[in-house]
Ligand binder design. Structure first.
Ligand code: IDC
Length: 465
């Protein structure tokens, strides 16, 4: 049940657009603030604030509002630098949303606490100008599994068809930018039982996932131990994804050693085989090196320029994802940045670059790098975790939400590590789940799984013309 309330204190204009006349400059100011409590529990809540700049473009902003009840506190926020003094809350824009053109919006949010009532904040301002606004009440229905949307008219793969890269975006058959949201397997050499009919049905139907990333490790008891067996297992998973209308990212999961050239011959053999076998399918994306590390960008680029032609020879129109330096951090984890790729891109078309992050380890400087890079390079977050880079530890909820909001805003596709029951914080299912047949009830999900399911299962808005 949702109720809309006018947010405005009496006497404040509804549009909140004011022309400020000054001797040197004349800037129109104005804004809209939409405040939504997305969930609320005993003593705590999570709120989102969408601000829209209705005035002239700004290159920096501060949002202000007042908490009406003395017990209301901002505990931890995202997509802004938050502070509170008494009842006055402020949020300053950060690198990737500081600039707002006329009509542009930024989505921020916070986890808050309260002691008495939790009334909606009042007196929203942006750079001092009063904002118009609206408030959406918290959902009052008892908590249940994430909502299931009405069945879409077509599956993600049916609606979008053959994908291609257009500018910095991933585009569908109508040449329109789309974002794919989905999950990555864990190593298929270890978690085979997690990828059967029941679990993939749940992924497609309950999670409404657009894609399955198939993580085929090369070392660690993976591909190198049985090339034919692993090739056929990957092809089987491509077929299972296709049957359910999902895209399949074929991930050549190099990790240790970090130089992908160590596996160059294996990569050529593997990709010539899977590309020939899957050439007529529209649901396949090739990821040629999971996470190069301890190696220069020039070496990664050289690897890519040898593997991509092998794929193109067999499957000319598929999108290819290229890993980047520093565990696919665009070099950031090695103290570099995206400029090495911008200045020396892979000599190939229809490719995207991988950007990976783990939300508890990689925060604002990584988000800033992604935001900068997204204006220059086609990016695909083919792997990320809600936890630390070890794959374990606690879910960093606020950092994960900041990342997911940013990816949504930039329309960057993603796959979360992992759709498995591994005994580590990044896994979506509790240990032992894959020994049973229930992948659908909320009881089998971990904290990470519940968060990702709630994000991935919302309606896709794929353009069809
Ligand atoms: C981790 C797994 C863990 C496994 C380890 C080594 O979660 O169970 O023991 O690999 O194989 C990556 C890698 C991904 C890692 C993950 C978490 O792509 O293979 O998985 N991670 O450490 N990059 C950054 C983090």
């Amino acid at each position: 049940m949702k109720r809309l309330l006018a947010l405005l204190a009496t006497g404040v204009s509804v549009v909140g657009l004011t022309a400020l006349a000054g001797p040197a400059a004349q800037a129109a100011t104005g804004c809209k603030a939409e405040y939504t409590i997305t969930s609320q529990w005993e003593g705590g809540f999570q709120a989102g604030v969408k601000i829209t700049n209705l005035g002239d473009p700004v290159s920096g902003w501060t949002l202000g509002f007042t908490m009406p009840d003395a017990g209301q506190r901002v505990v931890q926020g995202w997509n802004a630098t938050w502070s509170q003094s008494g009842s006055a809350v402020t949020a300053d824009g950060v690198d990737w949303n500081r600039t707002l053109s006329t009509g542009a919006s930024a989505d921020l949010g916070f986890v808050g606490s309260f002691t008495g009532a939790n009334p909606a904040p009042t007196s929203f301002t942006l750079n001092g100008a009063t904002c118009s606004g609206s408030v959406t009440d918290p959902p009052t229905d008892p908590p249940t599994d994430p909502p299931t949307d009405p069945p879409a008219t077509g599956t993600p793969a049916a609606v979008n068809g053959q994908l291609h890269v257009c500018g910095v975006h991933l585009c569908n058959q109508y040449d329109r930018p789309i974002q794919l949201r989905g999950m990555s397997t864990h190593g298929i050499q270890w978690f085979g039982p997690c990828y059967g009919d029941a679990s993939l049905d749940a992924l497609a139907q309950d999670w409404k996932s657009d894609l399955l990333r198939v993580a085929m490790y090369v070392q660690e008891d993976g591909y190198e131990t049985d090339p034919a067996g692993f090739t056929s297992r990957v092809n089987g998973l491509v077929d299972m994804a296709e049957a359910r209308g999902m895209y399949a990212v074929i991930d050549f999961h190099t990790l240790t050693p970090g130089d992908p050239n160590y596996n160059l011959d294996r990569a050529k053999t593997f990709f010539s085989s899977v590309a020939a076998r899957n050439a007529d399918k529209k649901n396949v994306i090739y990821e040629i090196a999971n996470e190069p590390n301890g190696v220069s960008w020039t070496a990664v680029k050289s690897y890519a320029e040898q593997v991509i032609p092998v794929i193109r020879a067999a499957d000319p129109d598929a999108v290819v994802i290229v890993g980047t330096r520093g565990w696919s951090s665009l070099g950031v984890s090695d103290g570099a940045n995206e400029s090495e790729v911008v200045n020396n891109p892979v000599n190939a078309t229809n490719i995207m670059y991988a950007f990976h992050f783990y939300a508890a380890s990689h925060k604002d400087n990584y988000r800033a790098a992604l935001s900068r890079a997204a204006t220059r390079l086609p990016l695909f977050v083919s792997e990320f975790g809600t936890v630390s880079a070890t794959g374990g530890g606690a879910v960093d909820r606020s950092s994960s939400i900041a990342w997911l909001d940013l990816l949504d805003q930039l329309k960057i596709s993603y796959a979360n590590w992992t759709y498995s029951d591994a005994d580590e914080g990044s896994a979506a299912f509790k240990p032992g789940t894959c020994e049973g047949s229930d992948y659908s009830s909320s009881g089998v999900l971990t904290e990470s799984g519940a968060l990702l399911k709630s994000r991935i299962s919302t309606t896709d808005d794929f353009p069809t013309s």
